[in-house]
Ligand binder design. Structure first.
Ligand code: FRU
Length: 531
């Protein structure tokens, strides 16, 4: 009888598939887990500080086996406050070790967002050839001038480290870029421009990006600006990034400008757009085809979900690696300060590899989780083919632990129909995502995803990411942590990242269509063991 029930359950769970061997069952059912308040929403594999408030990633660089991540940090409260640079290190961008605070605010102001480079040839003179300095470039935000409603609130400053980014000394002649009478003037990101033998700095100046050049990281010359009447302008531009990239599979180089803005994101609030073009050492010019595409699209987005903001890339990645590695802040200024965590607030997205593809004369950025995540796979369930008549439960918490998953599959034979995937628990909470193949968009619906009470802006409507043509199949990859979903459609061509706050663990994963039969191919559910 017991066996019969198990067989029936197997048939129900995976119609038309091989039975899952008993030993694949997860014996430690997460259903029974009781979390302390502090742990309830604590991600398993997304960086979050041990205590205090965190927003943007800052100063990311790689050196001697370590990826460094600094972050906008207020250690003494769980809302935004006087900004420090917190610090964490990792050997693989997946598990992070928090370090002592790296840069503290002082009489010149708070330490706002910025970047860091390894000054390999000691162009700044702060170190030596044998011990190259790390130079952090950040914005001083002066709260006193702000109170007096002065305009020159923000200027750019540098600090150097001679101990691989653990401690920093501020430069005596700061600021290195004075305020040119622009109220919002911040977030410097520096890149070595090997084509023109100069350091290039991009910063956000209200509704534009300003480019500066330097030979020594101390003396900066304004080169040009970019952005008037181009792209999305629903809010202030913040946290740009600017770097050359090889078009995948070719020797062609294009320059990419990543540009966050708040508000004005595709699904409201904070969002990050990108531009592709050429740089002659002074001016960034959009590629004509990209400019043309912008007429139709208005903006191209690194991520369409509501929770990926102020993302930038790591510097000093060795040529032998050659990847463009990116990470964003997994929240949105619309509600970031109200999300229901107490001791700490704010987490980062998973680190992602960016790729630049050119197809049909269209340049587009794709992103996928860094490959290192696969080192943490502790268990895999594979299903080759599922033929689905309207609805099926794909898996349950008897078979997988929904706390840390990397799921991939192909969804096939789609009609003009609505396809909805759902993670749900017995409390009636669910997190939905899917494909509307009638109206041509991907979506995330967190309107019943648990605690929504903290902000009306959290889930007023579903988030959408449009696609151009109706397809009969899509490739889907998703990362699921306790409080976030990161969706990568078609190899990362369209990405959606959102957070949610379920009060009970997820118990099952299902999919349904409204009217038609469809198929799921090569479903791989990887359980990740990361802590
Ligand atoms: C973006 C931002 C930056 C600023 C920082 C302050 O989230 O507003 O423009 O430097 O946060 O914490």
């Amino acid at each position: 009888m017991k066996n019969l029930i198990f067989v029936m359950l197997g048939l129900f769970v995976f119609i038309g598939c091989k039975q899952i061997p008993k030993d694949e069952k997860n014996t430690s059912q997460n259903d029974d887990k009781i979390y302390s308040e502090e742990e309830l929403y604590k991600p398993n594999f997304h960086f979050t500080p041990k205590k205090g408030w965190m927003n943007d990633p800052n100063g990311m660089f790689y050196l001697n086996e370590y990826y460094h991540l600094y972050f906008q940090y207020y250690p003494d409260g769980n809302v935004w406050g006087p900004m420090h640079w917190g610090h964490a290190i990792s050997t693989d961008m997946i598990t992070w070790r928090e370090q002592p605070i790296a840069i503290f605010p002082d009489e010149k102001g708070y330490i706002f967002s910025g970047s860091a480079v390894v000054d390999v040839n000691n162009s700044s003179g702060f170190g030596s050839q044998a011990n190259p300095p790390i130079i952090a470039i950040f914005t001083y935000h002066d709260p006193e001038i702000e109170k007096k409603e002065g305009i020159d609130v923000e200027s750019q400053a540098i600090a150097y480290s001679l101990d691989e980014g653990r401690t920093f000394t501020k430069y005596a002649n700061n600021p290195v870029i004075k305020n040119p009478e622009i109220r919002d003037f911040r977030d410097p990101k520096v890149t070595w421009d090997a084509f023109h033998h100069q350091w290039v700095l991009v910063l956000a100046a209200q509704d534009k990006a300003f480019f500066y050049g330097s030979k020594n990281l101390k003396d900066w010359k304004l080169l040009s600006d970019f952005g008037t009447n181009i792209g999305a302008h629903g809010g202030v531009w913040e946290c740009p990034d600017f770097f050359p990239m090889l078009v995948d599979g070719t020797e062609e180089v294009k320059w990419v400008l990543i540009q966050s803005l708040n508000p004005g994101g595709f699904n409201d609030g904070s969002g990050t757009q990108y531009f592709i073009g050429d740089f002659d050492g002074k001016t960034f010019k959009l590629d004509p085809s990209f400019q043309n595409d912008l007429k139709e699209e208005q903006a191209f987005w690194i991520d369409f979900g509501k929770d990926n903001y102020a993302g930038v890339t790591w510097s000093n990645i060795p040529d032998t690696d050659g990847r463009k590695l990116f990470m964003g802040w997994m929240s949105n200024w619309e509600y970031a300060q109200a999300v229901p965590t107490e001791k700490w607030r704010g987490s980062m997205t998973v680190a992602r590899e960016l790729k630049l593809f050119k197809t049909n004369n269209q340049y587009r950025i794709f992103s996928l989780p860094v490959k290192e995540i696969s080192n943490y796979i502790s268990k895999t369930i594979n299903k080759e083919l599922l033929t689905i008549d309207k609805e099926i439960i794909l898996t349950t918490n008897e078979l997988v632990n929904f706390e840390s998953l990397d799921i991939q599959f192909k969804i096939k034979d789609l009609k003009e129909d609505l396809y909805t995937f759902s993670f749900q628990n017995s409390k009636g909470e669910n997190l939905k995502f899917g494909i509307n193949n009638k109206e041509k968009y991907f979506f995330i619906d967190r309107s019943k995803s648990g605690d929504l009470s903290f902000s009306e802006k959290f889930a007023p409507k579903i988030s959408k990411a449009p696609f151009k043509t109706k397809h009969s199949d899509f490739q889907v990859r998703l990362l699921l942590d306790k409080t976030s979903i990161e969706l990568f459609f078609n190899n990362g061509e369209t990405v959606m990242t959102e957070i949610f706050f379920m009060q009970k663990p997820i118990e099952s994963f299902s999919v349904k269509s409204e009217n038609s039969k469809f198929k799921i191919e090569n479903l791989t559910i990887n359980e990740l063991n990361i802590n």
